[in-house]
Design a protein around this ligand. Structure first.
Ligand SMILES: *Cc1c(COP(=O)(O)O)cnc(C)c1O
Length: 881
C-alpha cells in the first residue's frame, strides 16, 4: 500500500499536526478519566468522546463548525473502545474477533456522528427562522444503494489514521474492518446509487437535508451463479448493518390502509368517514450521513413497518394454540418493509409494492409537515421553507398525501393546499422505457387507499378542466395527459402535473422528455422542464477507492480538489508530463493486480494484469446491450480460433450484472457470457489472448474495487435509451477510456474530453428514431458473413449449452421487429472502434494522455455540481451555514 513516495504525500491541509500534538499533551488526563466517563457502552449520547478533556480551558468548544474539537488521541479512543468491548460485547481488545472490532469501532464513529448531528441541529434551531433563503430539503426515494459506511465516515471525519494506529496493536488494518461490513444494498442500480451519492453531496456542501426511504429487512438479493444461471439468495444485511441505524421511536407515525370509506356533504363541504382501516406504525431508523470536511451531518431516515396496536396480537388464538393465526396481523404489518423489489427499469405492478410506496410516502409527508408546523406554527409558508424531491415516480403519492394532510389534518381548502403542495414538490424522471413507467390498477388504489383515491379523482377532474383551456376540444391529447384513464393511475403524469419542476438526468435525456415522453406537458407548461446531469460522489469513487491515483493528483495540483471538484480539471495540465503519465500507468497496473487477486479468491482464476481490462458492469438489461458486447467477443474468438497466433495485446473482458429474477432473457444473456468464458478457459492458447469472466454478485463494494482497475469502460446502450448512466462516470474518473454510443451522459463526456479521448460508435438517438421501423436484422445477418458467423454460433452454443433463443431474438420478427435494441445495426461500427483501441493502447504515451484527460474532465460529473444545480435552479435554497 505505502511504497511509493507520491502516494503517501499527505495533503497539506488534511490536518492536524498541531492539534494532534495538543491532543497528545492532554492524553494522560483523558486516559485516566475515560473508563469512568465514557458513555459508549450504556448507549447514552450525552457525553462526547473526550468529555473529560473538554473541561480544560485550552480545548476548543465542540460546535458543529469546529470539527477539530472532536479529535481525540489514540489513548482516549482506545480507552473508549476497551470499555465498549467489555461492557457492550463481553470481550476485550486482545481477543475480540475482527467482526466485533468492526462493530465496536463503527459504534464509536456513529456516536461521534450523533454528537455532531445534535450540535448541527442545535445551531440550526438557534439560527432558525432568521436564515433567509434556506429550506429544508427532503429527498424521497424507494432506493438508497449506500454500500459500506465505515471507510467513508472515517475519511470524512479524518479519522482513518487514528483507527489504523489503534489497529496496529492487533496487527490489523482498516481494510480488515471494512471487509467485515455488509453493503447496505437498499437499491437495484443507478437510481439507488444516485440517491446515495446525492446524500453525500448534500452533507458535504452543508445543505440541511433528509433522505426518506424504507428500512428493508432484506436488501437486493445476493446473486449466485449456478451453471451460468442466476439464482437469488436473501440479503440479510441487518446484523452487520445495525451499527449505523439509530431507532427513533418518538418519531413514529401511523399509516392507514383499506377500510370502509364514505363521503357526505355538510354545510362545511364534503366530509368523510373511514372505519376499520388497517393501521400500521412507521418507525424511523436514522442513518447519519457525514460530509467531507465534516461541517454538517444529515440523516437518511428509513421507515420500518410494525403493527401499531398491541391488540394486533391475537391472545385468544394464542391461548388456543394457533400460534400462526395469533401473529397474523403482526406479520402482515411487518411484511411491508420486509424486502426490496429487485426490479430495475421495469414496472412490477404488485400490490405489496404499492403498499410500500404509500407507507414510505405517508410516514415521510406526515413527518415533514409535523416538523414544519412545529417550527413555524403555520403551513402558509410551507413552500418557502420546504423542498420535497421525488426520485422517479415511486414516491409520486407524495402529491395526494400532502393534499390529504393539509386538508384533513390542518383544515386547508383545496386551492390553498394545492398552491403549497404543487410549489413544493419537484420530480426527476429516470427513464423513457415504456415498460418502466408506473401504472396502477385504479381499483387497487381505490380499495387500498380510499381517501387518496378520492383526492386523485379530484386532481384528475380539475386537471382536465385546466387542460380544456390549454387544448380546447382536444380530448385525445387531454386523455393522454391525465393521471387517471383507462382504469389506471399513471404515476408519471401525476408527478409532472403536481410538481413545480421536472428534470431529466442528462442533457440528451432532458431533451427527449420535452420532445417525446412529456411533449404535451412541455407545450402546456414549458417553464417546468429542466435538466440536471447526474453526478457521482467523487471522493468515494476516486479518493477513497483509488488512493494512489488521488495521491498522485495531490502531488500534481494540491489537495484542494478533494473539496472543490472543479479544481480536478487542472490535472489535465499533466496529460503530457512523461513522469506523471508513467505513474498513472503503473498505478493502473497495481489496481489491476489487486483486482486480479480478488477475482482469484472467488473464481480461482487470476486474469493477467498486463492484458487490457475491458469492463461492462451494470444491471443486465436488453437496452444496455451486453448482448452486443458478447456477440463481438464471439466474433473475436472465432477469429482467434482461425488464427491462434494473431499478434494482439491480450484482453480480459469483465462483466458484472444482476437482473430481475423473472427476466428470463436477461438471465440467458448472463448464461451466454458465462458459457463463452467457460469454453475459452478450456483452450490454453486462446485464454492467454482473451478471457471472459462474469463476476458474481455485483455490488457497490465490488464496484469500488473494479472501477480503479478498468482500462476500458463499455457504455454501449442503444442511443436514446440510457437516461444518463453513472457507472460511466465512475470509470472515467478512474482513468478508464470509454467506448460508447452517443447516449445519456456519454454525450457530455464526449464534449468534455473531445473526440480524441473517447471511442464513440453507432447510430445517434435521431438515427435510431429514423431507422427503427425499417430495421431488418435478418437482412444484416444474411448479407454480412461476420455477423452471420457470430449469430450462428449462438445456435451451436458454448460449453455444451446452446443459445437458440438469443439467436431467434436477434433475427426473428416476432411482433413487429426483432431485437428492439438493434444490436446488429451497430455491430460493425462497434468492431471498428475496438480495433482502434488496440492500437491506442499500445501507444503508452497516448494512452496515459487519454487516461489523465478522462480523470481531469470527470470533474464536471461530481455529485457536488449536480446538487448545486438542484439547489440553485430547482429547490431555490442555499447551504444552511
Ligand atoms: C454505479 C452503479 C450502478 C449504475 O451503473 P450504470 O452503468 O450507470 O447502469 C449500478 N450498480 C452499482 C453497484 C453501481 O455502483
Amino acid at each position: 500500500m505505502r511504497k511509493n513516495n507520491f502516494t503517501t504525500t499527505k495533503p497539506a491541509n488534511r490536518k492536524l499536526t498541531t492539534e494532534k500534538s495538543a491532543d497528545k499533551a492532554a492524553a494522560p488526563a483523558a486516559k485516566a478519566a475515560a473508563p469512568v466517563k465514557s458513555a459508549a457502552a450504556s448507549g447514552s449520547t450525552s457525553s462526547a468522546p473526550a468529555a473529560s478533556v473538554s473541561s480544560e480551558k485550552s480545548e476548543p468548544e465542540k460546535t458543529w463548525e469546529n470539527a477539530a474539537a472532536y479529535k481525540v488521541s489514540k489513548e482516549t479512543f482506545r480507552a473508549e473502545l476497551d470499555e465498549l468491548l467489555e461492557l457492550g460485547f463481553h470481550t476485550d481488545f486482545e481477543s475480540a474477533p475482527v467482526e466485533t472490532l468492526y462493530k465496536a469501532i463503527a459504534t464509536l464513529i456513529n456516536k461521534q456522528l450523533k454528537r455532531r448531528r445534535f450540535e448541527f441541529q442545535k445551531a440550526r434551531r438557534k439560527a432558525g427562522k432568521n436564515v433567509p433563503d434556506t429550506k429544508k430539503i427532503y429527498y424521497i426515494s424507494m432506493e438508497f444503494l449506500m454500500g459500506q459506511s465505515l471507510k467513508n465516515n472515517l475519511y470524512n471525519l479524518d479519522e482513518t489514521d487514528l483507527v489504523a494506529e489503534v489497529l496496529k496493536d492487533r496487527k490489523l488494518t482498516p481494510q480488515d474492518l471494512y471487509d467485515c461490513e455488509p453493503d447496505a444494498g437498499l437499491g437495484n442500480g443507478g437510481l439507488g446509487r444516485l440517491a446515495a451519492c446525492y446524500m453525500d453531496a448534500l452533507a458535504s456542501q452543508g445543505y440541511d437535508a433528509v433522505g426518506f426511504s424504507i428500512r428493508y429487512e432484506y436488501g437486493l438479493f445476493k446473486q449466485k451463479i449456478v451453471d451460468g444461471w442466476q439464482a437469488e439468495l436473501p440479503d440479510n444485511w441487518l446484523p452487520g448493518g445495525y451499527v449505523w441505524l439509530n431507532r427513533r421511536d418518538e418519531d413514529t407515525f401511523k399509516v392507514s390502509f383499506y377500510g370502509d370509506y364514505e363521503e357526505y356533504w355538510t354545510d362545511d363541504g364534503l366530509k368523510y368517514n373511514l372505519n376499520n382501516a388497517e393501521v400500521v406504525d412507521a418507525v424511523p431508523y436514522d442513518m447519519l450521513i457525514s460530509g467531507a470536511n465534516s461541517r454538517v451531518v444529515d440523516t437518511l431516515r428509513l421507515w420500518k413497518s410494525e403493527s401499531s396496536n398491541d391488540n394486533d396480537f391475537d391472545m385468544a388464538s394464542f391461548n388456543n394454540g394457533d400460534f400462526s393465526r395469533a401473529a397474523q396481523k403482526e406479520n402482515r404489518a411487518h411484511l411491508i418493509s420486509k424486502v426490496l423489489y429487485p426490479a430495475d427499469n421495469v414496472e412490477e405492478g404488485k400490490e405489496l409494492r404499492l403498499k410500500q410506496q404509500y407507507f414510505m410516502v405517508s410516514a415521510s409527508c406526515q413527518n415533514i409537515v409535523r416538523n414544519h408546523f412545529r417550527d413555524y406554527g403555520t403551513l402558509d409558508n410551507f413552500s418557502d421553507k420546504v423542498a420535497i424531491h421525488i426520485n422517479d415516480t415511486h414516491p409520486a403519492l407524495t402529491i395526494p398525501e400532502l393534499m390529504r394532510i393539509f386538508m384533513d389534518e390542518y383544515g386547508y381548502e383545496w386551492d390553498d393546499a394545492w398552491e403549497q403542495v404543487s410549489k413544493t414538490v419537484s420530480y426527476t424522471n429516470h427513464t423513457v422505457l415504456a415498460e418502466a413507467l408506473e401504472k396502477w390498477n385504479e381499483d387497487i388504489v381505490r380499495v387500498m387507499m380510499p381517501r387518496i383515491y378520492s383526492i386523485l379523482k379530484e386532481i384528475d377532474r380539475r386537471f382536465r378542466e385546466d387542460m380544456e383551456e390549454v387544448f380546447p376540444g382536444d380530448e385525445g391529447k387531454i386523455d393522454w395527459m391525465t393521471p387517471i384513464a383507462q382504469g389506471q393511475v399513471r404515476m408519471a403524469n401525476l408527478s409532472v402535473l403536481g410538481s413545480q419542476s421536472v428534470n431529466g438526468v442528462s442533457a440528451l435525456h432532458s431533451e427527449i422528455l420535452k420532445d417525446d415522453l412529456f411533449h404535451d406537458f412541455y407545450l402546456a407548461t414549458p417553464e417546468k422542464f429542466t435538466n440536471v446531469t447526474n453526478g457521482i460522489a467523487y471522493r468515494r469513487w476516486l479518493c477513497q477507492s483509488n488512493p494512489k491515483l488521488a495521491g498522485l493528483i495531490d502531488s500534481c495540483i494540491g489537495p484542494d480538489y478533494r473539496k472543490n471538484a472543479d479544481l480536478l480539471e487542472k490535472f489535465a495540465d499533466f496529460a503530457d508530463d512523461p513522469s506523471v503519465g508513467e505513474q498513472v500507468l503503473s498505478i493502473k497496473r497495481e489496481n489491476k493486480v489487486r483486482m486480479s487477486n480478488l477475482i482469484k479468491k472467488t473464481t480461482g482464476i487470476a486474469p493477467d494484469p498486463d492484458s487490457i481490462f475491458i469492463v461492462q458492469a451494470k444491471r443486465l438489461h436488453e437496452y444496455k446491450r451486453q448482448l452486443l458486447n458478447a456477440l463481438r467477443i464471439i466474433s473475436r474468438y472465432q477469429k482467434l480460433k482461425e488464427n491462434p497466433d494473431l499478434d494482439m495485446r491480450p484482453e480480459t473482458y469483465l462483466f458484472a450484472a444482476k437482473t430481475a429474477p423473472n427476466y428470463y432473457l436477461a438471465k440467458s444473456i448472463i448464461q451466454l457470457i458465462c458459457k463463452i468464458g467457460e469454453e475459452i478457459e478450456k483452450d490454453p492458447k486462446i485464454r492467454s489472448k482473451m478471457r471472459v469472466m462474469f463476476l458474481e454478485n455485483y455490488s457497490v463494494t465490488m464496484a469500488e474495487h473494479l472501477m480503479p482497475a478498468a482500462d476500458i469502460s463499455e457504455q454501449i446502450s442503444l442511443a436514446g435509451k440510457e437516461a444518463s448512466g453513472t457507472g460511466n462516470m465512475k470509470m472515467m474518473i478512474n482513468g478508464a477510456v470509454t467506448i460508447g454510443t452517443m447516449d445519456g451522459a456519454n454525450v457530455e463526456m464526449h464534449e468534455a474530453v473531445g473526440g480524441d479521448n473517447i471511442f464513440i460508435f453507432g447510430q445517434n438517438a435521431e438515427e435510431v428514431q429514423d431507422n427503427l421501423r425499417s430495421y431488418d436484422s435478418r437482412r444484416l445477418y444474411e448479407t454480412d458473413p461476420v455477423i452471420k458467423a457470430a449469430v450462428d454460433a449462438l445456435g451451436t452454443g458454448f460449453a455444451g449449452t446452446d443459445f437458440n433463443n438469443l439467436k431467434q431474438y436477434l433475427i426473428q420478427k416476432t411482433y413487429s421487429i426483432a431485437d428492439p435494441y438493434m444490436c446488429l445495426a451497430d455491430f460493425n461500427d462497434y468492431c471498428r472502434v475496438h480495433k482502434e483501441i488496440q492500437d491506442a493502447y499500445e501507444d503508452r504515451k497516448r494512452w496515459a494522455h487519454m487516461s489523465i484527460i478522462n480523470t481531469a474532465k470527470a470533474s464536471r460529473f461530481a455529485a457536488d455540481r449536480s446538487i448545486r444545480e438542484y439547489a440553485d435552479n430547482i429547490w431555490h435554497t442555499k447551504p444552511a451555514e
